[in-house]
Structure formats: structure tokens, C-alpha cells
Design a protein around this ligand. Sequence first.
Ligand code: AGP
Length: 592
Amino acid sequence: MCGIVGAIGLNNPLEYVQKGLKMLDYRGYDSAGIGFFSNGIDIIKDVGSVEHLMSITPQNIQTNLIIGHTRWATHGSPDIRNTHPHISFNKRICLVHNGVIDNYKEIKDFLFEKGYRFYGETDSEAVANLLEYYYLEKKDVKSAIKETMSLIIGSYAIVFFTNNDPNTLYLFKNSSPLVIGVGDGFNLVASDASPLVKYTNDFIELDDFSFAVINEKEAKVFDREGNPIQAKIINKDIELISHDLKGYPHYMLKEIEEISPVINRIVNNYYINNKYQFDPQLIKDLNESDHIIFIACGTSYHVSLVGGRYFENYGKSASRFIASEWAFHPTFPGQKPFVILISQSGETADLIHCLNIIKQQNLNNLIITNTGGSTLDRNSHYSLLLHAGIEVSVASTKAYVAQTTLLALLAASLKDDYSVIDDLKHCIEVVEDIQNNYKPIIQKTAGELKDHQNIFYLGRSYDYFLSLEASLKLKEISYIHSEAIPGGELKHGPIALIEDGLPVIVFITDPTTAASMRGNIEEVKSRGAKVYVISTRSLSQQGDTIIVNDYAPYLSSVAISTVAFYLAYYVALAKGLNVDKPRNLAKSVTVE
Ligand code: AGP
């Protein structure tokens, strides 16, 4: 889970690397480093943030070529030895790597036999040495890449240069993203396109098991056998991948405030001229399947709980699985299942594992993702993009709403039901009202919650699914222990935890469950809980903390998740925490 940048032929390469690594530190941020060519290979690296790296980097570095890396430790602790770039044993290769090499121990044993020694614990250092071994043996870098790719097993995006060529960068990949930005007199590389957009509109997305050789004039791409490939140059909508904070103090706040335009954009993208715009073959395949299997992780898994219910509402049977659970015990309910994978990043390793199993089984599959060109987007049978714009904050917000919105549209399209369009448009008004008028009361509530060690969320049905997400968001960025409990389950155990002063946040937005939820409130209140009710106007009662306008109850996750997101945001802010980059987490979980 690391970010990579590289540049060749650029006038101010340090500026590109500095800004690029900052944009990519959502992929990891425990250490960072750069490698460049002065009189030979030179590196500067340290534990800590990209800002720290830049504070120890002389600003007058002269180099035609540079690579950079921001790390989230997997193999080996986040210390200086394991920080990238890595230099090979005989100092011929300088390399950065994102991913995990599964057979790195065997590679290390092989190299040890050949006299190689290692200064750190990473799998990446093993690849640097393997490349060097074949480079010295074959006297040719391309051959070294081919040999290395044929031996290493796992996920990798690798960029490197050699000690005797200040004018060439080499890159190769499998299952981890790598994008080339094609410029006029320069070429760039990055883990995603965001660092590149200031410099170029032309991108090459490298395919798995391909490699590229780039200098300032050209980018040549080859397949694993070394045959040249005609690389496809693609353009991207720059607005959707821009990292501009637009005056907001945090990405999370900016992304919460983008929720209403995002709902609108999705509706306008998938519903044009009074018709749904989904691929008719996709709809046919979904209709002909007898079971929908949802697989996802984290927030996206919470979306699958809602999405599964949407499909059930239209007569499909559905199951929902956590990817890391399903991957080791895959089950295939139904005679003709159709698998829907959900992933904001499109790079989640647990889900890629599942997709490989699904493809082996020849099952129809669809990815719902925010990231066009991602591994899951490119390798699944069908793909639907969220068009939500890049989500930088580790805590997912607008993507959660976008995924739910898209599933509401997709499920309704199975039966040509257009009522969801008006329901969603109405949600946009509810969300805008929350954004414009509810921040003071949410902030006040956050102030009351911030010093607690435990906070419970209660809900039933759609409100329970929303509670799960509200609870994950709170614990993720405020480090407060939190649990979401279905109202009806309270008496089956969790009520034992209710004690004097414990905050319990209750969602009441569904007429079918409202009375039962009010009963639950009495149960926890009588045991001393401090209850905060978030309700819709028609179901509200005096004393409720936050009352929002009514909407179709099945859209709870679309309409009032905004309240839950603001609440988590303001609690973390009140505690003085790093809202966008909570400890121990990375935006894109590219390791299992
Ligand atoms: C969300 O706030 C979390 N950071 C996390 O649970 C995330 O949703 C999960 O890792 C799945 O990511 P994906 O949607 O990119 O696959």
C-alpha cells in the first residue's frame, strides 16, 4: 500500500515528486524517500511524512531522472532500512515498489546462495537484487526485467533505474496500478493519474505483466516476452481526479459537501431521456441470474447490505459477503449466480483475490467502482463507474453515498421502475438542507461526545445498515470504540453494556420500525444511557436531537449518512486528530 512517482526530462523534478507524493500519501504514510541520478545513484529517505522528507532534501538537486515513494509498511517495520528506494547489493539498481511479493523468501534464499546480502526485511529489496543479478548476468536491462517477472509471484508496481544510465526509467507491474503521463520532452510515472494532471492530459495505463522503458522523448511498452505493444493513450476528466482542496480545511469535509452534487451526477449519468442507461446485456444477465452475490470490504461492504436489500425488493435473492471471509471459503448460492463487487478504489487486494476465484469459476461479474482504469475495473466482466470524483480522505463518505445511489438505480432498472429517480432527487434536497442548516447542532453534539470511550449506534433495517457505517466512520477517525446494534438485538446481549452516561445514537427514519425503536430507547434510557435521536420529521418526537426532512425510508444511507459523516468529522476535529489520515490506515488497502 504505497505510492510511487517517477519523472524523466522534467524541468523541476523535485517539485513534481514533492507534490506527487503528497497526493499519493493516501496510499500510505509511514516513511518516504526519493532516488535520483547525480554522479551515480543517490537516495534520500527517512521515516515520517513526505513533508519531513522534503525538509531534509536539498532543493538544488540536479538530475534528469527521479523516483519517489511513500510507504505503508507490510514486510518489515517502518524504519529507515525498509524505506524505499532500495539499492541493490552491488549498487547497480535503485528501485521503488508497491505491492507484495509472495515468494520473496525463496528469492532471497536463491540470491543468498549467489552471495547476495540484505540490509532490510522488505520483499522489495529482494526484487532489486534479483534484477541486478540478471542485469549483471545478461548485460541487458530488458532481459533482467523479463527474468525477474517470470520468477516473482505477487502484486507489484515497480519503477527503477540503473547506475550507468541517467536517461532511462524502467517500470513493470502486476495487480498494482501504474500510470505513465506522456509529456512533451518529458515522461512521468505515478501510482494513479492525480499527480500527472498538472503536466499532461495523455496517459498510458500499463497492463499486468507488461513493462515499459521510458526516456524524455518516448515511452515504449512491451509484453512479458519483450515484444513491443502499441500502448493506448487515454485522456481523463481532470476535474474528477483533481486533488484541489478548494479552500476546505480537510478532504473529508470537502467530500461530505460534495455528496449532493455526486447524487445528482450519478442520476444524470445513468438516467438520460427518461431511460436508464445501463448496458442492456448487463440487465439481461442480472435478470437471468437466480442469485446475486455481493462481495466487498469495509464501507463498501456496508453498501452491499443496502444493495442486497434493493435487489431483494425487486424479487432477486441475494447474499452479501465480506471479501476476506469469502475468499477463503467461497460459496456459490443459486444455479446461475451473478457477482457484484463493490470497491471505491478498485484496488482492494481482498477483492482482487475474490475476482480471481470468480473468474476461475466463470461467473458473470460486475464491479462498481470510483476508479476507472483500476485493477478491478479492468479485470471484471462489467464495470459501472461512480463518477464521484477522487476521494482522498481515508474515511470514505461520498463514495458510500454514490455506491448506494448507483445500486438503487441498477436494482430499479431490472423492472424499469423509475420511481427511484424522484426519490433520489428528493434526497438531494434533504442532503443540501443538512449541509446548509445542520452543522451547528451536529458540532454541538460532537462536543458532547468527544470525551467518551464508548458510543453505541442503534437502528433497524435500513437504519441499522446506516448505523454500521456511522459507527465505522466514528471509530476510524476519532479512535472512540463504537458498535452498531440492531434495535431488536439489544436484549440478546449488548444491553448488558449499557451504563450510566453511555451515549447511544439512534436513527429513526422508517415508519415500519419507528415504534420498536422508541421502545428500545426506553430500555436503554432506563439503564442510564444518554440518548441522541436522529429522526425524520414525520417520525420525530419532542426531545429528538436532530430532525431532518422526510424522504423515502429505503434511501436512508443516501439521505442522512451526511449527518453521520459530519458527526464523525466534528468529533475527530474536536479531539485534534488527523481527520484525513487516521493512524494505521491507508486509503487503498492493496495487501491482504
Ligand atoms: C472506509 O472509510 C474505510 N477506509 C474502508 O473500510 C474502505 O471502505 C475499505 O477498505 C474498502 O475499500 P474499497 O471500497 O476501496 O474497496
